[in-house]
Design a protein around this ligand. Structure first.
Ligand code: GLC
Length: 805
C-alpha cells in the first residue's frame, strides 16, 4: 500500500514537473559560427547543435533548432500552406556578443553566450519576447517516465520570459477561458465526450498562440505535431514555455503589433479558410440519429410547418449499413436520392457523417468495397510488426486509412461519389482524433506506422495530424467530384491548417449552463487560432436541457458561423419546438434574425476568408488597447460592429455589459450609450443584449426560410451615425455556391454616410469584382434623429451619391 502511494506520488510529481519545470533540461550551447543565405542564417553551436533563422516576411521569422546535430535537410509540415515567400529587405550585423537580424519591422537579437534570442520592434527597439533560458532538450531522458512514447523522440522546449502583464490567447480548441495566462495545456487529440472547463486536452491541436502586453501583440506557432505542452506561467512568474515530446524545436514568430495583422499572416502561412457555400450559414438541425427517411422528412416538415428557417439536416451514423461508411442502410434509407431531391424542393440540404473507421469484415467471405479496395491497395494503417491495425469504433473491429499516403487520400476522396451521386451536400468528419474504444489514450496505437513521406513514422508524430489529412482527402475529393461547388466539410479533430479543408464544431458538450458559458471563450479562441468557422451543438449534446437553456443557447449560436442543434441518441429531444410555444416563439425570433443578418454575416465571413480575422470575435480583437477587454469572455462581437452580451445563467434577466470607448446603439431600441464603461441592462428571456457600434452600417436582408429561397431583396442598410454624423459599411455578394469568387466573381460595395445640411448623403463606391448580381433594390434607415428612411434605391451604377432626406 505504502509502496503504491509512493509510486503515485512519484508519478504525480513527475507529471507536475513536466507541467512546471523545464529548467533541468540540457541547454543548447553558445554560438561558435554562422553562415548566411539569401533569407536565412544558420548558427552552429559549440555542442554541434544548429539553429536556423529564416526571414519569411518583415513580420515573420522562423526558428528551427537541432540539438547536437545539424539541421536536417528534410523539412515538411502538413500545416504549412505557403513556403515560397519573397525575401524581404533585411540585414545582418555582428558584434562580439550578438548577432542581429533586422527587417523593416522586426529586430532579432541573438546573444552568443548563452544563446538567447530576443525579438524587438525594429523601430522602437522595444522588447516583444525574449528567451528566458537557452532552447533546451532532454538529453538525459529526465522526462522519459512520463513521455507518451519514450522511444519516439526527445523532449524539446523553448522558454520565454513571462511579462508581468502579458496575456495569452488562441491555442485552438481548449475547454478554457479566453485569456490563457496562468494556465497550462497539452495537445493530444482526444475523444472527450461531456468535457467541462479544465478538461485537457480535448479534440484538437492548434499549437499557435498570441501574446499581448501593453497593447502590443506577437504570435508563436510551434509547428510540431508530437504531443505538445504550453505553459503560460501556470506556477512560475518567470517563464512561459512550450515543448513537445519529439520532433524539432520549430516555431514561427509573428509580429503585430495588431492581432488582426498576426491572424492575416498566420492565414498566409497555414492557409486561408475558403468560403463555404452560403447555405452553411443557414440554420442546421441534427440528432444522433434521425432514421428512417420518413423521420428526416418529418423533422423538415415540422420546421416548415412551424415557420422556422432551416437549411441543413444531418444524417448521423445510423444511416449506414452496419456503420459501414460509404453505404446506406437499405431498410432505413431505401432511396437516398429520392430523399435528398424531396428535401431539396423544400430548400433543405443533407449532410452525412463519415467516420474514419472502415468496418473490418468478421467473415472472410463478406464483401465490403471500402475494406476490400483499401486492403488490396495497401492503404490501411499497420503496426510496426506488419499486422493490420484493428481499432474498435462504431462498426466494431475496423481499420484506419493511412492518410499520409497521397494515393490513399485520393482514393478516400473518390469514395465520396456515393454521397455526391445521391445529392448529399456536405460531409461531417467525426471520431477522427482518432477515437479507439480499445483505448482512448492512444496507447493501443503507439506502434502504428504511417508512410509520412517515406519517413515511416509512428503514432506519436501522426496522431495529431490524422484528422487534418482525413479532412484534406475529403475536401479534395468533393472538389474533384463537384468542381462547380464549394465543398462543405465539418470536423471534430484537427491540427493547424485545418481551416483550408473544414469547418468545425466543439464536440460532445453537455446540456448545462457551465457548458454553455464555454461557448464564447471557445468560439473566440478558435477564431484567434485561424479557425473562423465554428459553432457548438445548440442546446448542448449530452443530457437533458430545458426551454430556457435552449433559448439562451440560440442567443449565442444565432450569430456563430455554425448554428446546428444536435443531440445525443439517448438525450431528451431538443428541436426548437420541444419545450413549448413560449420558447419556440423566441427561438423563431432569433433564427429569423440570423437570416435577416445574413448579408452582414456573409460580408464578415468573406473578410475572415480574405484577412484571417474571424467573424465571431472577442472584444479584445477590436479593442486591443483596452485592458478591460483582455479577459472579457462573456460577451462577443460579430465583425467590427455588433456587440452581444448573452445570459449564461438560469433565472437571470439582467446583466452588466461592457461597452468599449465610442458610442453604441441598443440594437432593439436604438437607444444611444456612451462607451468606456459598464452598463446594466435588462435581458428578459426573449432579449439578448445587443449593441451596434456608432459609425456602422448593418446590412439586413429579408426574412427567408432558407438560403436561396429568393433573391435577398431588398437589403436595408441600417445606419448608426457616430458623433460626427458618419457611418461606413460594406456589402459582399457572390453566387454563394461556386468557387468562382476565387477568381474575382464577387461584388463588393463600400458605402460611406455623412451628415448633410439636410439629412444624410450616402456615397456608394465603385463596385469591386466581376460578379453581377443584377438590379436590386436597397433601403436605407438612419437610426438616430433625424430618423430617415429611404426605400427602393439602386446601387449598381458605379460610384454615386444618394440623398437621404
Ligand atoms: C460522436 C459525435 C456526435 C455524434 C456521435 C455519433 O459522439 O461527437 O456528434 O452524434 O458521435 O455519431
Amino acid at each position: 500500500m505504502t509502496r503504491l502511494l509512493i509510486l503515485i506520488v512519484i508519478l504525480a510529481t513527475a507529471a507536475t514537473a513536466l507541467a512546471q519545470d523545464i529548467t533541468s533540461l540540457e541547454k543548447i550551447g553558445p554560438v561558435t559560427s554562422l553562415t548566411k543565405t539569401t533569407n536565412s542564417i544558420t548558427i552552429t553551436c559549440n555542442d554541434a547543435s544548429q539553429v536556423q533563422l529564416t526571414i519569411l516576411a518583415p513580420d515573420l521569422v522562423r526558428v528551427r533548432a537541432s540539438f547536437t546535430k545539424p539541421i536536417p535537410t528534410k523539412d515538411h509540415s502538413w500545416a504549412i500552406n505557403k513556403t515560397d515567400w519573397p525575401t524581404p529587405r533585411w540585414n545582418l550585423t555582428e558584434t562580439p556578443n550578438q548577432i542581429t537580424l533586422t527587417t523593416d519591422e522586426l529586430e532579432v537579437v541573438i546573444h552568443r553566450s548563452p544563446l538567447l534570442i530576443d525579438f524587438r520592434d525594429a523601430r522602437t527597439h522595444q522588447l516583444l519576447n525574449a528567451d528566458e533560458q537557452p532552447m533546451s532538450y532532454d538529453a538525459k531522458g529526465l522526462l522519459a517516465n512520463i513521455m507518451f512514447d519514450p522511444e519516439a523522440g526527445m523532449f524539446v522546449a523553448a522558454s520565454k520570459k513571462l511579462g508581468f502583464d502579458e496575456h495569452f490567447y488562441g491555442l485552438g480548441e481548449k475547454a478554457a477561458r479566453l485569456d490563457k495566462r496562468r494556465s497550462a495545456f497539452s495537445n493530444w487529440n482526444s475523444d472527450t465526450p461531456g468535457y467541462s472547463e479544465g478538461k485537457d486536452p480535448i479534440y484538437q491541436t492548434i499549437p499557435f498562440y498570441i501574446g499581448l502586453q501593453h497593447g502590443i501583440a506577437y504570435g508563436i506557432f510551434f509547428d510540431n505535431s508530437f504531443r505538445s505542452y504550453f505553459n503560460f506561467g501556470q506556477s512560475s512568474q518567470q517563464r512561459a514555455w512550450f515543448g513537445a515530446e519529439g520532433g524539432e524545436l520549430n516555431y514561427y514568430f509573428f509580429y503585430g503589433p495588431s492581432i488582426k495583422k498576426i491572424l492575416g499572416r498566420y492565414a498566409d502561412l497555414t492557409g486561408h479558410m475558403p468560403l463555404p457555400p452560403l447555405w452553411a450559414l443557414g440554420n442546421q438541425q441534427s440528432r444522433w440519429s434521425y432514421y428512417p427517411d420518413t423521420m428526416v422528412e418529418e423533422v423538415v416538415s415540422e420546421y416548415r410547418k412551424r415557420d422556422l428557417p432551416l437549411d441543413v439536416v444531418y444524417l448521423d451514423i445510423d444511416y449506414m449499413n452496419g456503420y459501414r461508411v460509404f453505404t446506406f442502410n437499405k431498410e432505413r434509407f431505401p432511396d437516398p436520392k429520392a430523399l435528398t431531391d424531396k428535401l431539396a424542393r423544400q430548400g433543405v440540404k443533407v449532410v452525412t457523417i463519415v467516420d474514419p473507421g472502415i468496418k473490418h469484415p468478421q467473415d472472410k467471405n463478406e464483401r465490403y468495397h471500402a475494406f476490400d479496395q483499401g486492403l488490396e491497395k495497401n492503404f490501411f494503417q499497420h503496426r510496426r510488426n506488419g499486422d493490420l491495425f484493428v481499432p474498435r469504433v462504431w462498426p466494431g473491429e475496423s481499420v484506419f486509412v493511412d492518410y499520409t499516403l497521397p494515393e490513399a487520400r485520393q482514393w478516400w476522396g473518390d469514395l465520396h461519389r456515393v454521397y455526391t451521386d445521391n445529392g448529399i451536400a456536405g460531409i461531417w468528419n467525426d471520431m477522427n482524433e482518432p477515437s479507439d474504444f480499445v483505448d482512448q489514450t492512444g496507447k493501443n496505437q503507439l506502434d502504428v506506422v504511417s508512410y509520412d513521406e517515406g519517413e515511416k513514422t509512428t503514432h506519436a508524430k501522426n496522431r495529431n495530424t490524422f484528422a487534418l489529412l482525413m479532412a484534406r482527402g475529403t475536401y479534395e475529393g468533393l472538389e474533384r467530384l463537384r468542381p462547380d461547388r464549394r465543398p462543405y466539410v465539418i470536423t471534430r479533430a484537427a491540427y493547424a491548417g485545418i481551416q483550408r479543408y473544414a469547418t468545425m464544431w466543439t464536440g460532445d458538450t453537455n446540456s448545462t449552463w457551465d457548458s454553455l458559458a464555454l461557448n464564447i471563450p471557445m468560439f473566440t479562441s478558435l477564431g484567434l487560432s485561424g479557425e473562423p468557422f465554428v459553432g457548438s451543438d445548440v442546446g448542448g449534446f449530452i443530457g437533458r436541457g430545458n426551454g430556457e437553456l435552449l433559448v439562451r443557447s440560440y442567443q449565442i449560436s444565432f450569430l456563430a458561423p455554425f448554428c446546428r442543434n444536435h443531440k445525443q441518441i439517448d438525450g431528451y429531444d431538443q428541436e426548437p419546438w420541444r419545450f413549448g410555444k413560449y420558447y419556440e416563439d423566441i427561438i423563431r425570433k432569433y433564427l429569423k434574425l440570423r437570416y435577416a443578418l445574413l448579408p452582414y454575416l456573409y460580408t464578415t465571413l468573406e473578410e475572415a476568408h480574405r484577412s484571417g480575422v474571424p467573424l465571431f470575435r472577442p472584444l479584445l480583437l477590436n479593442y486591443q488597447d483596452d485592458p478591460s477587454t483582455y479577459n472579457l469572455d462573456d460577451q462577443f462581437m460579430v465583425g467590427d460592429d455588433l456587440l452581444v452580451a448573452p445570459i449564461l445563467k438560469p433565472d437571470v434577466t439582467r446583466r452588466l455589459v461592457y461597452l468599449p470607448e465610442g458610442s453604441w446603439y441598443d440594437y432593439w431600441t436604438d437607444k444611444k450609450y456612451t462607451g468606456g464603461t459598464m452598463i446594466n441592462v435588462d435581458a428578459p428571456l426573449d432579449v439578448v443584449p445587443m449593441f451596434v457600434r456608432a459609425g456602422a452600417m448593418i446590412s439586413v436582408g429579408p426574412s427567408l426560410n432558407y438560403v436561396g429561397e429568393r433573391t435577398q431583396e431588398p437589403i436595408t442598410f441600417n445606419i448608426y451615425p457616430n458623433e460626427k454624423g458618419e457611418a461606413t459599411g460594406t456589402l459582399y455578394e457572390d453566387d454563394g455556391l461556386s468557387p468562382a469568387y476565387k477568381s474575382g466573381a464577387f461584388r463588393r460595395t463600400k458605402l460611406n454616410v455623412r451628415r448633410a445640411s439636410r439629412g444624410f448623403v450616402v456615397s456608394v463606391g465603385a463596385a469591386e469584382g466581376a460578379y453581377n448580381p443584377g438590379a436590386r433594390k436597397f433601403n436605407f434607415a438612419v437610426k438616430s434623429s433625424p430618423r430617415i428612411s429611404v426605400t427602393g434605391m439602386t446601387l449598381d451604377n458605379g460610384p454615386h451619391e444618394i440623398q437621404l432626406r
